[in-house]
Design a binder for this molecule. Structure first.
Ligand code: ARG
Length: 261
């Protein structure tokens, strides 16, 4: 009796929490719902990484995690970051962790751009449900429908998530994203790429930063963006703004090479 009432209360709370979400999330009876998303399955996105400072990342190679510049403090030796792999549940006993030993932050990083960094792991990572995500090397995939995923907040000012959430968002052109009703020229058209719905409802949010935005390429997932910033989360006319990986791909590759892989 009591547990049944508790279950009803949890269901009611879950329904309330997604009232501002679009149909796909509202139709999901499990919840909670990245904003407006649903739960990812184990192994669905084997490149997803959770970082201990509260950011996301993507496994670029067995020893390197690609994340956002604003998730790290700078370039140099850094043994303070713990990265978690191979799990959708951050408390899973089968999760795999590694410590960092070095961080490389984009040389041009500042609070308004070049928002990327590579974190080197103390030892290579591999195993069940762990794999790398190739980055795009041209603008060929900088349009269409993108997938976003992360353990960040499921609504503006919401809590970090225990289970990985995912959602899909459409590309928003630079012209539209920089229009008066959106970011009014605040987006760096060459170096950033926008994605989201004009009506809002689906977006990355705080704690998703550094995680990948990706889509299907010629043979599987390819990384197109890095979660960077937005005005609030999932607000109408405020798409998510992502580091445009195609612009930085040569710099990322050469940094990765100099870091040893
Ligand atoms: N800067 C945020 C972070 O540190 C990510 C913000 C993404 N915001 C958005 N509306 N898409 O986690």
């Amino acid at each position: 009796m009591r547990s049944w009432r508790t279950l009803l209360a949890i269901l009611a709370a879950a329904v309330t929490a997604v009232t501002m979400s679009p149909a796909p999330a509202a139709a999901d009876p499990v919840g909670p719902f990245v904003v407006g998303g649903s739960r990812a399955a184990l192994g669905e996105f084997p490149f997803m990484v959770r970082l201990s400072m509260g950011c996301g990342g993507a496994l670029y190679s067995p020893t390197l995690v690609l994340t956002a510049g604003h998730c790290v403090s700078g370039t140099g030796t850094n043994t303070s970051i713990t990265a978690t792999f191979g799990a959708i549940d951050l408390q899973s006993t089968s999760r795999v962790t590694r410590r960092s030993n070095y961080v490389y932050r984009a040389p041009g990083y500042n609070s308004t751009g070049d928002d990327w960094a590579l974190i080197r792991l103390a030892s290579p990572v591999s195993g069940a449900n762990i794999g790398t995500l190739p980055i795009v090397t041209s603008t060929a995939y900088d349009s269409g429908t993108f997938t976003i995923a992360g353990w960040g907040a499921n609504r503006e000012n919401g809590a970090q998530q225990r289970y990985l959430l995912k959602a899909t968002v459409p590309f928003v052109s630079d012209t539209t994203c920089n229009s008066a009703s959106m970011y009014a020229g605040r987006v760096n058209a060459a170096r950033e790429i926008c994605a989201g719905f004009t009506a809002g409802g689906v977006d990355t949010c705080q704690g998703d930063s550094g995680g990948p935005m990706f889509r299907q390429g010629a043979s599987g997932w390819v990384q197109v963006g890095i979660v960077s910033w937005g005005d609030g989360c999932a607000r109408p006319n405020k798409p998510g703004v992502y580091t445009q990986v195609s612009y930085f791909s040569a710099a990322i590759r050469s940094a990765a090479t100099s870091l040893g892989g």
